[in-house]
Design a binder for this molecule. Structure first.
Ligand code: ZN
Length: 500
């Protein structure tokens, strides 16, 4: 008779197939589905996800899990134990929430999202307010159901960055914030030194598309096991290791969004495509945490993609594809324009330097909302005040302030921090490469990224969810996560660009 873990894996494989089918429908919805398909698609997605939920929360899964955890000879440091820990965490998260609560949460989320789509364009916070109050209240209850060690926010963070306590995130972020805010003021004072107007002329759609495909190919993205399409918001999705897809957006009135959207998603996709094939159709396939995932997209997008060597390599390529746009633009102009820094109100338009500040603001406000020290009615004022403190600018309407993101409409409190954690993980990994394997970076100047991709595969990608984020970063860097490397990376790079 097969072992408990084998029987468990067999059951889980069915759920993984259902989730993959759900992902195919989701991919289609955001790429090719005609608008008329939306209601039918919503029903199909609900059917598949409730089936997956039903299978996963069945007592049989719980019993097999317990049996496998107690099987004699299980090596606590081995792959099986890592798999069981991951299944246990997700299983507990699913069964700890009562069905009535899940139903109430799902209905309130739909209403809140719907209100957001109407209130944001109308700059109407008052109509949105009761919906957000409901989501905050539900999220507090969710934290109680899930349980936490020190504070309710731990339970929320644990959904996206397992094992990382709020305390640690708060102290890392405070260190980066205190380093970046005064540095940004110096940069903003010299904003005029870097011009990027030429990026906001007419840029041919098809040539931009061709460039994004070439860059993906150069990065080592495998088109036999993936494809790129267009969607309003770029994303990466996968239906197992053999089929990992990316999307991008192309704007003809500007250059950077398309190329850097592709590089970002390409970084996510390299991770998913290069997980050890043995983990396919198991809970160990897929990146280990959102923060580590984001570290890979941002490593390619910013640390490599906005580096001098990368820009030097692609400058003649871009010049050849877009001779009119690039007339009179020198290599140096191009590199500096790619790295222009400016205070912006909108997170998704923020540059490499200011992006994390947008996250710190949200993280701090989320913690206050969840702990109750900030009331939803006072959110717009608290947002604007902090925006002024960190970036020196103030939104004149809520659509450019606290109503800009959709994350809170479905109660995704605890998600935002993973974006900034990605920046910190990414630079810690880059620092290790620079000190121990500088040869991996020398190829970037010739467009040869494969040695870097191979090293990342060995150190990060192939392990899937085998290690937690904390274990992985310790294995790679020999240390826990630190804020210092990110702050000094930013200061060194941008002091040079802005001649500080
Ligand atoms: Zn991302």
């Amino acid at each position: 008779m097969s072992s408990a873990i084998e029987r468990l894996n067999e059951k889980l494989a069915t759920i993984i197939d259902l989730n993959a089918a759900t992902a195919v429908l989701g991919w289609d919805q955001h790429t090719y589905m005609p608008a008329g398909g939306i209601e039918a698609r919503a029903r199909q997605l609900t059917t598949l996800s409730s089936l997956a939920h039903e299978y996963f929360t069945a007592p049989e899964i719980g019993n097999l899990l317990t049996e496998a955890e107690n099987a004699p000879g299980l090596d606590p440091a081995g792959e099986d134990a890592a798999l069981l820990r991951k299944v246990r965490r997700e299983y507990d998260q699913s069964v700890k929430l009562p069905a009535a609560f899940v139903q109430e949460h799902s209905e309130a989320s739909s209403l809140c999202f719907d209100a957001w789509t109407r209130c944001k364009p109308a700059d109407d916070f008052e109509t949105f307010r009761p919906h957000l109050e409901k989501m905050v209240e539900l999220t507090r209850r969710e934290a109680e159901y899930l349980g936490y060690a020190e504070q309710p926010y731990d339970a929320l963070l644990n959904k996206y960055e397992p094992g990382m306590p709020t305390r640690q995130v708060a102290s890392l972020f405070a260190e980066v914030r205190d380093g970046l805010v005064p540095f940004c003021q110096k940069l903003f004072a010299k904003a005029d030194q870097v011009k990027d107007d030429f990026f906001f002329t007419h840029w041919d759609h098809d040539r931009q598309w061709a460039l994004t495909l070439q860059v993906l190919e150069d990065m080592g993205y495998d088109f036999k096991r993936g494809r790129q399409d267009i969607s309003p918001h770029p994303f990466t999705t996968d239906f197992g290791i053999p089929d990992v897809r990316v999307t991008t957006r192309i704007h003809t009135d500007q250059f950077k969004a398309g190329l850097y959207g592709t590089i970002h998603e390409g970084g996510h996709a390299l991770y998913e495509q290069n997980v050890d094939k043995r983990f396919d159709r198991t809970f160990l396939a897929g990146g280990t945490s959102l923060g580590i995932h984001e570290s890979q997209s941002r490593l390619w997008e910013n640390l490599i993609g906005r580096s001098r060597d990368f820009c030097n390599y692609y400058w003649p390529v871009v010049k050849a594809l877009f001779p009119k746009n690039m007339a009179g633009v020198s290599r140096e102009d191009y590199y500096r324009a790619i790295n222009r820094v400016e205070p912006s109100l909108i997170r998704i338009e923020a540059d490499e330097v200011t992006y994390s500040l947008h996250i710190f603001l949200r993280f701090e406000l989320e913690m206050e909302l969840i702990s109750g020290t900030l009331k939803v009615k006072d959110l717009p004022a608290a947002w604007d005040e902090r925006m002024e403190k960190y970036l020196g600018i103030r939104p004149d309407r809520v659509s450019k302030g606290c109503l800009q993101d959709m994350h809170w409409t479905d109660g995704s409190f605890g998600y935002f921090p993973t974006y900034a954690l990605g920046n910190l993980y990414g630079v810690s990994i880059l620092d290790t490469i620079r000190t121990k394997h500088p040869e991996l970076l020398t190829g970037v100047a010739d467009g040869s990224f494969l040695p870097l991709k191979e090293w990342l595969t060995d150190q990060v990608y192939r392990h899937g969810s085998r290690y937690t984020a904390g274990e992985l970063i310790q294995r790679i860097t020999g240390r826990g996560l630190e804020a210092g490397p990110f702050v000094s990376y930013i200061k060194t790079k941008y002091s040079a660009i802005y001649d500080l």
